[in-house]
Design a binder for this molecule. Structure first.
Ligand SMILES: N[C@@H](CC(=O)c1ccccc1NC=O)C(=O)O
Length: 310
């Protein structure tokens, strides 16, 4: 659908980011190597964060009692009571893999610059259907805005990666989810390497084995941000800058979904920048957020700074 150049297109390749990496080409299976590497380095980033630095964490829960509705909030030691900007990260993993232990690469650079960083976890499929997950994500959004009020956050920005970018789109979608007063607190939104159209994806067994997402043709459309009729209140969001980002070494389908998602938002009155990052793939675009001076970290920090001074 998004890759018209090729006939008999291999949809699995289009929807498996790991097949599109340009790294690990000396390995027998570069796709396996790139994902193993991602799991290894992102876990390591999380472990090192609280053991090798003066960063502290609050372990909180936004719903349920014994499931994955957990959120860790990281802050610089000694600043627990200080009002500060809040940054929220939503991990990817096709709504079925990964958790907060792979999701803290971005934390260090932001905490060192005075941010409080919330890394959220969620129930993966098949423990929940995708529709239930979106409902629980909406509950999370309400919870985090309350948390921002309670902690006197000066601003709240969000980033979602891959399936996490899909979840994050819910912030703009649910009519009157947040009040005008709360919307004014929203700084910047980063949609990184997201998927926004589920029409092909839900039918691919390797992506959605035994339909763990619990979708059918109709619900797949309903849960596709690319098809959402953007609400009449989108001008309400015109002050919030969304950055829709894709990596160069992604499938045509992934890059085009980001491009179309960005255009749809823009046409509806949102303030949007679309950017394709040279050289990165689906995985190192996140791995490199751990570095203070990588291209992706510089971009994120620059966009946050531009917002703070506007
Ligand atoms: N099994 C998938 C992995 C994948 O899709 C993925 C892995 C890490 C973070 C995000 C991912 N995709 C979407 O959320 C692949 O081979 O590309």
């Amino acid at each position: 659908m998004y890759n018209p150049q090729e006939k008999n297109i291999d949809l699995i390749r289009e929807y498996f980011p790991s097949y599109n990496t340009a790294r690990f080409q000396d390995q027998p299976e570069p796709n396996v190597a790139v994902q193993d590497h991602f799991l290894r380095v992102t876990s390591q980033h999380t472990q090192e964060l609280t053991t090798k630095s003066d960063i502290k964490v609050h372990n909180l829960r936004y719903g349920g009692t014994d499931d994955r509705r957990l959120v860790d909030v990281f802050y610089k030691d000694g600043t627990a009571e200080q009002p500060s900007p809040l940054f929220v990260y939503v991990h990817g993993g096709y709504w079925q893999m990964l958790d907060k232990s792979h999701s803290c690469s971005i934390v260090g650079p932001l905490v060192r610059r005075g941010y409080r960083v919330a890394v959220m976890d969620y129930n993966n499929c098949p423990q929940v259907t995708l529709a239930q997950l979106l409902q629980q994500f909406t509950d999370f959004l309400l919870w985090i805005f309350n948390y921002a009020d309670e902690t006197k956050a000066t601003e709240i920005s969000f980033a979602g990666h891959s399936a996490g970018a899909h979840l994050l789109a819910q912030l703009l979608h649910v009519p009157s989810l947040i009040s005008e007063e709360r919307r004014q607190k929203v700084g910047v939104l980063f949609f990184i390497s997201g998927v926004y159209d589920l029409r092909e994806l839900w039918q691919l067994d390797p992506v959605n084995p035994n339909n763990i997402f619990g979708l059918n043709a109709d619900s797949a459309k309903e849960l596709s941000p690319i098809l959402w009729p953007w609400p009449a209140d989108s001008p309400f969001w015109s002050g919030v800058h969304s950055h829709v980002i894709a990596a160069e070494h992604e499938s045509v389908t992934f890059i085009e979904q980001s491009r179309v998602f960005a255009k749809n938002l823009q046409d509806a009155g949102f303030k949007v920048t679309f950017k394709i990052f040279d050289k990165y793939d689906h995985f190192d675009i996140i791995e490199e957020t751990v570095l203070d001076n990588s291209p992706i970290t510089s971009y994120l920090l620059g966009a946050l700074k531009a917002e703070a001074s506007s």
